[in-house]
Design a binder for this molecule. Structure first.
Ligand code: PLP
Length: 470
């Protein structure tokens, strides 16, 4: 309830915050213990009715007395990311400091693209980006920006690559001669970006891959020849660290060397894997990342921030500013003494959430060592889960994992994998995903909750055997 002037009624904020914090604390606590069902949503129309969503919009009526019970129902119908059996997607179970950052941001609302509109949040983004470019291993002159997710980050990078390859494209559009080289399993945002940038999906030339869908460096020359035969010139080449489906890494050193030798913009999509730079035992997986002209890094995956907080990083930050050539006189005071530092010339967004605050808070409380340890623990657990699964009769894994993503299957029937996943979810016992690799169907797990253990995976395998029958 607000008073008649619309000002905050401070007692209302305190009361609702107290109710919300208590409910969320209970939700996370029981999720971590794992003895509540992992959750399986009813059909959406039922859920809309159950939570009274339409009537609450139409008639209002939520107040301090009804908020607690309503929130409890809402949480019950939310995915429990902290639950040990929640092993489906690449969405991290957020850590406490960044969860608190969002609580603070929700109240003070710092749209910080321009320094004067959110000075502390703006400064945090600048410092976080600087720190990330150091972690990638780039010298001075590198830089970047935070953006709302890896897909937008890939779009931003490819826009910068387009500006480098065709500087007039901003004004004149593109002429159909550009190409993006990428493995067929690259994240769908790569193809989508090519279409959005006016290149058309057909401009994405498939790179040859091995049985694990990793780029074959020795075959890169063929792709280049195919590209040239089609009358196209490569605007960028994309490699994955790691791939969305398999969690496996392309050979960045070899691919990077090829790009350097042929003058091709090398883009490393490290949305998922870049956080392994913080683990001394795992950073070798990213060897060669420093050869990239650009890198994307999602903090909402392995840095444990709430969605979203993604970084666009460039070895030469001037190439990012060259990507956006539009002027907005009311915001950007070029050559003005009064100019307030701005990120507008580097990003798609005008108003932007305080993304850097989420990342900064986790770093400030946990340190890069703490986050590195988290990554190491999830990666090492996943390697142990591989051994457990591979040792069970009837199960097989695609390959030993290189991250916290692991593909496995029970038997080889593709429909059976889909059926098993659906049954496990319907029983509210386990939430995992499924993917196709090289035309074959696999079950897929992504281990992000610290609570997931060997016992969880033993339970999963037992449940699968039980559902599959003799
Ligand atoms: C390799 C890779 N790139 C990009 C993305 C897109 O990230 P976002 O979901 O933040 O848009 C993903 C997400 O799964 C990914 O795995």
């Amino acid at each position: 309830m607000t008073d008649r002037s619309g000002r905050w009624e401070i007692a209302e904020y305190e009361r609702l915050a107290e109710i919300a914090v208590a409910a969320v604390t209970r939700h996370v606590e029981e999720s971590q213990i794992g003895d509540v069902p992992v959750g399986s949503p009813p059909p959406m129309p039922e859920l809309i009715d159950e939570l009274g969503l339409r009537s609450l919009i139409r008639d209002g009526g939520l107040d301090a007395a009804s908020f607690g019970p309503w929130l409890a129902r809402m949480l019950e119908r939310s995915v429990r990311l902290h639950h040990p059996a929640q092993i489906a997607h690449q969405v991290g179970a957020p850590d406490v400091p960044s969860a608190i950052a969002d609580l603070v941001q929700g109240a003070i609302n710092q749209p910080m693209s321009i320094y004067e509109m959110g000075p502390a949040a703006h400064a945090m983004e600048r410092v976080v980006v600087e720190w990330m470019t150091e972690k990638v291993g780039w010298p001075a002159g590198s830089g970047g920006v935070l953006t709302h997710g890896g897909s937008l980050a890939n779009l931003t990078v490819l826009l910068a690559a387009r500006a480098a390859a065709a500087p007039d494209a901003w004004v004149d559009g593109v002429d159909g001669t550009l190409a993006v080289l990428a493995p067929p399993g690259s994240h769908y945002s790569v193809k989508r970006s090519a279409a959005m940038l006016g290149l058309g999906e057909r401009a994405v030339v498939d790179l040859e891959v091995d049985e694990y869908e990793r780029i074959v460096p020795g075959a890169l020359g063929h792709a280049l020849e195919r590209c040239e035969a089609e009358g196209r010139r490569p605007m960028a080449l994309v490699a994955a660290a790691c791939a969305t489906s398999t969690g496996l890494h392309d050979d960045l050193e070899a691919v990077g060397a090829f790009c350097r030798d042929h003058g091709i913009w090398f883009h490393v999509d490290a949305a998922h894997g870049a956080t392994a730079l913080l683990s001394p035992e795992h950073r070798h997986l990213l060897k060669g990342i420093e050869l990239g002209d650009s890198v994307i890094w999602d903090a909402h995956k392995m840095m444990r921030t709430p969605a979203l907080a993604a970084a666009v990083l460039l070895r030469d930050e001037r190439r990012l500013e060259a990507a956006f050539r539009q002027e907005a006189a009311y915001l950007i005071y070029e050559d003005s003494e009064d100019e307030s530092p701005s990120l507008l010339e580097r990003q798609v967004e005008c108003t932007k959430a305080a993304l850097g605050m989420r990342i900064f808070m986790n770093l400030a409380f946990r340190g890069e060592d703490g986050i590195g340890r988290y990554v190491a623990e999830q990666y090492e657990k996943t390697a142990r889960f591989h051994d457990l699964i591979a040792a069970r009769t009837g199960f097989e894994c695609l390959s030993p994992p290189e991250s916290n993503i692991l593909c496995f299957r029970h038997g080889r029937d593709p429909d059976e994998q889909v059926r098993l996943r659906e049954r496990l979810l319907a029983d509210r016992r386990f939430h995992l995903s499924s993917t196709e690799v090289n035309g074959e169907r696999w079950l897929r797990m992504t281990i992000t909750a610290p609570a997931t253990s060997e016992e969880t995976i033993e339970g999963l395998l037992d449940a699968i055997e039980e559902l599959a029958g003799p």
